[in-house]
Every structure is written in structure tokens, then in C-alpha cells.
Design a protein around this ligand. Structure first.
Ligand code: CO
Length: 324
């Protein structure tokens, strides 16, 4: 779960729609740079677009199946909906092409123009019919959080379509203060993810969503598990902090999954205690530098995990989440 890709051939959408769109500058056969207009965004390897290399590295790490989704810089939620829809279609079809070269071991989550609920629902349905297992969404659309009416409507549609939903942080809070040392990734991303879970709980989002919706938050749910006690205390002692949730925050941990991308056995242990061993699944962030470098290593090497729990984290929970 939770690996990323970028198509080898990608139209420069800036030429079609104007503005600085992401595109891939190929340096040689094995290296490239994701560009934003003329600015370098991130150096990457050919694992981003080369199915053969992905399979080789999966074999190296003992991974049978990998679920790929967009690099969030492609979401395009701040652009006109028609442009984001075009981008999503192009990207989703490219994902299936890459998956088709994966000998049955590469699966995909689509992306949608989430700023336009109708267009997002339509593209989700089209993508599910063409073979995607679900969708990756960014954790907010501008000022709109996951409890927003339009986004809840989209999530209801995902439940009806049987689509798994991975929520990925992006467009990170913090502005200039987090511009140094990649703090957008190390500090803001976990806060973004926590904020999204809190918004869904306190905004009454979970109360409006069907139990059957399969929802997963990236990076172990960010700061949520560690700070659930603080949230719970506020909910009990301040009316202002209660929001519209029917139940205290801790009552909603059976409504979503988190991945295991926390890089520390102590954090994974806490996550298992808070979420339960049925709610955590292997997530790698492959093939990026901030992903797990030996995919599955954290779970495989963790002390004190029963064989049953290890199997749930490495396979069974993801199978259930993905509807496989
Ligand atoms: Co990621």
C-alpha cells in the first residue's frame, strides 16, 4: 500500500492549460527530476515509471503486491475543475498502463478532481470500471476539510462503488516557517493528517458516512494516535472542542485504517495499541527518499509481534482494505 509513481511520458499540461504543472525531466535511463514549471521539485529514480525496476525491488524486499498512486503534486485541486479532470483521466489511464506491465503484481488507486464533487464521482466510477482498486485523495481542498459537504458526498459515492480511499497529506500548513530542512514533510504532513482525522470526527463526517467505507490515512495517521488523549480530554472538558461528533473521538478508531509508515517500532507499537491490529497495514511511500528503504522492514523486525499480528499488518489488513 501507498507507493507512488509518475508516468514516463507525461504531457506538459502547462502548454494546454497555462500555469506551472508538474512534468518529468529525464536525466538518463535511471534518473529524473519532477519539475514544477521550470522549478525542480524532487529528484527521482526510474522506479517511478519503470515496472521492471519496481518488480526487481519488490523481489529484493519480499513484496508480492504493490499499490501505486499519484505523487500528490499532480492532484491539481487548486486549478480549474476541467483541467484537473483532464489531468486525472490522463493520469489514471497511465496508471493502468504501468500496472499492465507489472505481471499482476502492480495495482492502482486513481485520482479525481476533488474540487468538483460531480466530476470527482464521475471519474471515480470510470476508474473503478477500468480496473483501479480505489482512489487516493489529498487531505484537503483549499480551506475545505474532509467533513466538507461535497467531500463527504464523494466519500459516500466511494462507499457505494466499493472503492478503497487512501488519504494523503499535501499542500502543507506552516508556510515560510516550515520551508527549511523539509519541515513541510517531517512536521506539517503529520499535522495535516491529524487535522483531517479530527475534522472528520468532530465535523460529524463519520456519523454521516456508511460503516462500510474503507478509508486509510497515510503515515500512520500522522500525529493522531500520539495526541488522541489530548483530543479526548478537550472533547470531555470544553464544549467548544466537542464539535458535532455523536461520540468521543476515541470511539471512531474502528472507522478507518492507517498505514505503517512511521519508521520507529515504538511508534508502531503505540499505533497498534490505539488502532488495534486489524487497522494497521504496510505502507511504504516507495520509491521516494522519505519512504521505507527496505519495504516491510519495520514490521518484519519488530519484537513482540505475534505471527498472527505480523501477517495482518503485512497482508491481511491490506487485502481487506483493498477488497481483494
Ligand atoms: Co506518500
Amino acid at each position: 500500500m501507498h507507493s507512488h509513481f509518475f508516468p514516463r511520458e507525461w504531457e506538459d499540461l502547462g502548454r494546454r492549460f497555462g500555469g506551472d504543472w508538474p512534468w518529468m525531466k529525464h536525466l538518463d535511463e535511471r534518473r529524473g527530476v519532477v519539475m514544477l514549471g521550470q522549478k525542480e521539485f524532487r529528484p527521482v529514480t526510474s522506479a517511478c515509471w519503470d515496472a521492471g525496476r519496481r518488480l526487481e525491488e519488490m523481489d529484493r524486499d519480499g513484496i508480492d503486491l504493490q499499490v501505486m498512486c499519484a505523487t500528490p503534486v499532480l492532484f491539481a485541486y487548486a486549478r480549474p475543475a476541467a483541467a484537473a479532470q483532464y489531468c486525472a483521466q490522463l493520469f489514471n489511464d497511465a496508471g493502468l498502463e504501468l500496472a499492465a506491465r507489472g505481471k499482476g503484481r502492480l495495482k492502482t488507486l486513481c485520482q479525481v478532481p476533488l474540487q468538483d464533487t460531480d466530476a470527482a464521482c464521475k471519474e471515480l466510477s470510470r476508474a473503478m470500471k477500468s480496473g483501479h482498486l480505489g482512489v487516493q485523495i489529498g487531505n484537503h481542498v483549499g480551506e475545505r476539510d474532509l467533513d466538507d459537504e461535497g467531500i463527504v458526498t464523494f466519500l459516500q459515492h466511494c462507499a457505494a462503488e466499493g472503492a478503497a480511499v487512501l488519504v494523503h497529506p499535501w499542500d502543507m500548513m506552516g508556510g515560510a516557517r516550515t520551508a527549511r530542512w523539509m519541515m513541510g514533510w517531517t512536521v506539517s504532513m503529520p499535522a495535516e493528517t491529524q487535522l483531517s482525522i479530527v475534522a472528520l470526527i468532530l465535523g460529524g463526517g463519520f456519523d454521516r458516512l456508511p460503516q462500510g467505507l474503507r478509508l486509510c490515512f497515510a503515515h500512520g495517521g500522522g500525529s493522531f494516535a500520539f495526541l488522541l488523549g489530548r483530543l479526548e480530554n478537550a472533547w470531555r472538558n470544553r464544549d467548544l472542542a466537542r464539535g458535532r461528533s455523536a461520540l468521543p473521538p476515541s470511539a471512531y478508531t474502528d472507522r478507518f485504517y492507517v498505514d505503517s509508515a512511521v519508521f520507529d517500532p515504538r511508534a508502531l507499537r503505540l499505533l497498534l495499541e490505539v488502532m488495534g491490529e486489524d487497522r494497521v497495514m504496510l505502507g511504504s511511500d516507495y520509491p521516494f527518499p522519505l519512504g521505507e528503504q527496505r519495504v516491510g522492514g519495520l514490521i518484519r523486525d519488530m519484537d513482540g509481534l505475534s505471527t498472527g499480528a505480523r501477517d495482518k499488518l503485512l497482508a491481511a489488513n491490506a487485502r481487506r482494505f483493498l477488497g481483494l
